[in-house]
Structure formats: structure tokens, C-alpha cells
Design a protein around this ligand. Structure first.
Ligand code: PEP
Length: 249
């Protein structure tokens, strides 16, 4: 069997409740031919307000699903936040943490992301832990220093079993939503380096940053890239699933 590909869609702040229902009207038949593929795992991450129709659609299709953020405290005076117990009632299986938009627009610190990672693991949910450098950091030769800080702060102190449970997503900030993609060699270099730093040879490591049908095959064929975290191209069933078909072609 060829390697298993993880195809995860991050909708960001897109798709209302009704738009999510409509998405699944189109997604269900488009996904049907791939439903039994044992080398593919599809996941979708929606805004909190769309989690109910996402959960219904995802369960019918047999894909994993989750939220794009969560707070680490279980309840209390944290106006505007959403807790893990709240998400558990929607049966979410995965939660994206540390996305660069959370780090850079909402100023989430490594410390907060580490607390979220531990709380999500403790709840039996899989964190999809994002990390990656900005263009400035890459150009000043700091790519690996920055990523080491981001990764170590989240995983140091976790058990090997916990580290192995996390799904890691290397997302160079300069490639997210910009149409610029890391070259397969650039992406592979970081993913291979990450695997060593994590210390778990079988860790699942995704690449994210303007992945689409036209660049999927070369990126997903790299030895240390286990799949893609996809923003823009995940909003339409055809462009999302095309990433897998292009890889297989
Ligand atoms: C993302 O949102 O994580 C992402 C990689 O976005 P895009 O595919 O649009 O670059």
C-alpha cells in the first residue's frame, strides 16, 4: 500500500452554518468514490458556529472534523472563549492549535499554545499543531531557531505517547494564502528536521501553504510529508479532493 495521505481543510473564517450544510450537499457525492480508500484521511476544520452542520456532514461521510482553536481552561470568566468540554459535545476529534493567524494576528504566545496542546491531549482530542517561520525569519537565517522554539515550547514535557499523538503542520507563514508555495525540497527539509526534533519517527507531519491540485503531487511525494493542511483550496469540494487525485495520478 502507498503511504497514507492526510488531507485536512482549514476553512478559517469562512462558511456559515447554512453554507456548511450546502458544502456537504456537494461534498458527499464528490467524496463517495474515495470513502473506502485506506490511504486517505480527510478532515475539515470549521468555525465554531458551523460545527453542528460540520459534525453531521462529516459523520455521514466518515471524515474527521474539528475546530480551529480552543481555550485551555475548562470553564469560567473568559468572555468570548470556547472550552474543550463545549467542543467535546460536538464530538470533535481534532483541534487546530497555533495556526500562524492565531500567532500573528491574535498574538497567541508559545506558552498559551503549549497549555492548549496539553489540555487538548488530556481531553483525548488530537491537536493539529501548526508552526512555521515568517519571510523575515527565513531571510535572516532564523528559520530553524524559530521553529525549534515553537515546537519545543509545545512538546517538551510531554510523554513520547503524547508527542506521537499530535499531528504536526509545518506552515511557512510566507506561503499561507499567498499563492507562494515552498518548493518540495524546502518543505521536505523542514519536515525531515522536525521529525528528528520531535523524536517520533512515525509522527504525522503535514505541509501547509497554498497547496492545490497543481502542486500536490510533488509536495506529497516527499518522504517526510504525510499530507497537507489546506486553506483556500478546501472551500470547494472539487479543489479540495483534487489534491488527493493529483497526488495519485
Ligand atoms: C492554512 O490556512 O493553514 C493554509 C495553508 O492556507 P492556504 O492553503 O490558503 O495557503
Amino acid at each position: 500500500m502507498s503511504k497514507k495521505i492526510y488531507l485536512y481543510g482549514n476553512w478559517k473564517m469562512n462558511n456559515t452554518y447554512s453554507e456548511t450544510e450546502k458544502f456537504f450537499v456537494d461534498f458527499a457525492p464528490a467524496y463517495a468514490p474515495f470513502k473506502d480508500a485506506d490511504d486517505l484521511e480527510v478532515g475539515i476544520f470549521a468555525p465554531f458556529t458551523s460545527l453542528w452542520p460540520l459534525s453531521q456532514g462529516a459523520k455521514k461521510c466518515g471524515i474527521v472534523f474539528g475546530a480551529q482553536n480552543v481555550y485551555y481552561e475548562p470553564k469560567g470568566a473568559f468572555t468570548g472563549e470556547i472550552s474543550i468540554p463545549m467542543l467535546k459535545e460536538y464530538d470533535v476529534t481534532h483541534i487546530i492549535l497555533g495556526h500562524s493567524e492565531r500567532r500573528h494576528i491574535f498574538l497567541e504566545s508559545d506558552e498559551v499554545i503549549a497549555k492548549k496542546t496539553k489540555a487538548v491531549l488530556d481531553a483525548g482530542i488530537i491537536p493539529v499543531l501548526c508552526y512555521g517561520e515568517t519571510l523575515e525569519e527565513r531571510e535572516s537565517g532564523n528559520t530553524f531557531t524559530v521553529m525549534e522554539r515553537q515546537l519545543r515550547s509545545a512538546i517538551d514535557g510531554l510523554t513520547d505517547a503524547e508527542k506521537a499523538k499530535i499531528i504536526y503542520a509545518y506552515e511557512p507563514v510566507w506561503a499561507i494564502g499567498t499563492g507562494k508555495t515552498a518548493t518540495p525540497d524546502q518543505a521536505e527539509e523542514v519536515c525531515a528536521w522536525s521529525r528528528k526534533l520531535i523524536g517520533q519517527p512515525k509522527a504525522v507531519i503535514l505541509y501547509g501553504g497554498s497547496v492545490k491540485g497543481s502542486n500536490a503531487k510533488e509536495l506529497l511525494s516527499m518522504a517526510d510529508i504525510d499530507g497537507a493542511l489546506v486553506g483556500g483550496a478546501s472551500l470547494k469540494p472539487a479543489s479540495f479532493l483534487e489534491i488527493y487525485t493529483a497526488y495519485k495520478a
